[in-house]
Design a protein around this ligand. Structure first.
Ligand code: PNS
Length: 171
């Protein structure tokens, strides 16, 4: 049984991620969507929220498993008998970072390969950061994420606005 993992922060999952996930799921017996902590990022959604959001949008795909974990990706792959890591490449600007991660992972475990899938043209501009940026200014994110995710992003933004201190409360 050939297993692959598509790892990422998915904060939140976008239509671009879903495009890669659906294509990769057709290539392997089992595809894990691995939600990991990227130490360089400060997430909008908690790990639990991201898991439930992704499970919801991928519920109809029997060979996709949504998982989250701490630690090194290669250690998880080894423990689960996963030999392929999938990453999407949107543009040449992604390449340096992605190549460095792929090579680092390969140095740590030469039995694990990274396969890059070229992002479909219509999603080449898209990232989770772009979704958060548009929504922070009240813009329309309906073309960037599924309906259920759009709702969750709006809910999160509203709860943040409610929690923000008013001018009279700030010292
Ligand atoms: O969606 P992202 O934030 O670009 O994904 C990056 C991610 C989470 C795949 C990467 O940060 C990662 O693999 N983190 C787990 C820790 C690890 O294994 N680091 C070694 C590779 S540099």
């Amino acid at each position: 049984m050939k297993k692959a993992i598509y790892p990422g922060s998915f904060d939140p999952i976008t239509n671009g991620h879903l495009d890669i996930i659906k294509r990769a799921a057709g290539m392997f017996d089992e595809l894990y969507v691995g939600i990991l902590i990227n130490s360089a990022k400060n997430p909008l959604f908690s790990m639990e929220e991201r898991v439930s959001m992704i499970e919801e949008v991928l519920a109809e795909y029997p060979n996709i498993k949504v998982v989250s974990f701490d630690g090194l990706l290669v250690d998880y792959c080894k423990a689960q008998n996963i030999s392929v890591i999938i990453r999407g490449l949107r543009a040449v600007t992604d390449f340096d970072y992605e190549l460095q991660i792929a090579q680092t992972n390969r140095v740590m475990d030469p039995n694990i390969d990274t396969i890059f899938l070229a992002t479909s043209l219509e999603y080449s501009y898209l990232s989770s950061s772009i979704v958060k940026e548009i929504s922070a200014y009240g813009g329309d994110i309906s073309k960037t994420v599924p309906k259920t995710i759009e709702k969750r992003v709006h809910q999160k933004r509203s709860s943040q606005i409610l929690q923000r201190p008013t001018a009279s409360e700030t010292p």
